[in-house]
Design a protein around this ligand. Structure first.
Ligand code: NDP
Length: 254
């Protein structure tokens, strides 16, 4: 029995062209799966593809704006055309607008909700028939510490990441009959483009994260590889509907 063998499987990772998505793509690729990274920025994708191919993975990039239903459907159709099947979907694309609730515009609210949670719904719905056809598979949704905690500058982000957890639970109950496990990962504070901007905008964030995190440091995209490998592989076949923090202990520290 090899619990961690993904040879012959195909994984689609939204926002897999950088940051946490690339870290997760590398974790899944290390078990032998072919990788499709989806996003908008082709330049970033070229570097990500190189990193994946350097580790021996079969990898491709498909340009998609995952806030649009037609592009989510085209993404899955192209992944099947290129690689023959889809077994694993990681809904990782995300963004943030950091403003107090009274200053957040309706457009900004929708932009964050569309990017962080509606996209996950649309891509999961698009991938579902292919994953059923593959005999079952894995869907992994990316939440946040803001799935658990509030922050004054993160109203829309908190709503979207709380929503990811509940959407995960609902889909896990719906699709267990199809042998699909749906789980969420709640990253702690990880050093990426997104949090570089956060550290510019939120005074004292860098130090306060280090201080509160029992492991005493920010996470790296590589720290996300292991949980992705676990949740994408048959090691997690009886794990569904969970929301697993990967945070160096941030969420359990007083
Ligand atoms: P990045 O900004 O590095 O990555 C975000 C990714 O999402 C990019 O690759 C981007 O690709 C993609 N993306 C954004 N909007 C769209 C869109 N409309 N269509 C397609 N792709 C899109 O940030 P992170 O790696 O930090 O974030 C990844 C996920 O992890 C997000 O969901 C974020 O909320 C979550 N997260 C991050 C934490 C952290 O500390 N960094 C903590 C907790 C959660 P492109 O530029 O090509 O569009």
């Amino acid at each position: 029995m090899n619990l961690f063998d993904l040879k012959g499987k195909v994984a689609v990772i939204t926002g897999g062209n950088g940051g946490i998505g690339l870290g997760m793509a590398q974790g899944i690729a290390s078990l032998g799966a072919a990788i499709v990274i989806a996003g908008r920025n082709e330049e970033k994708a070229a570097d990500a593809l190189k990193a994946l191919r350097d580790m021996g993975a079969e990898a491709s990039f498909i340009a998609a704006d995952v806030t649009k239903k037609a592009e989510c459907q085209a993404l899955i159709a192209s992944a099947i055309q290129k690689h023959g099947r889809v077994d694993i979907l990681v809904n990782n694309a995300g963004t943030s607008v950091r403003k107090m609730p009274q200053d957040l515009s309706e457009d900004e609210w929708h932009h964050v909700l569309d990017t962080n949670v509606t996209s996950a719904f649309l891509c999961s719905q698009a991938a579902y028939p292919a994953v059923v056809k593959a005999g079952g598979g894995k869907m992994i949704n990316i939440g946040s510490m803001m799935s658990l905690f509030g922050a004054p500058y993160a109203t829309a982000y908190c709503a979207s990441k709380g929503g990811i957890v509940q959407m995960t639970r609902a889909m896990a109950t719906a699709w267990a009959k199809d042998n699909i496990q749906v789980n969420a990962v709640l990253p702690g504070w990880i050093d990426t483009d997104l949090t570089k901007r956060a550290r510019q905008q939120v005074q004292g964030l860098h130090d306060s994260v280090e201080k509160r995190t029992p492991h005493g440091r920010w996470g790296t995209p590589e720290d996300m590889a292991g949980i992705a490998a676990f949740l994408a592989s048959s090691a997690s076949d009886f794990v569904t509907g969970t929301a697993i923090p990967v945070d160096g202990g941030f969420s359990i520290a007083m």
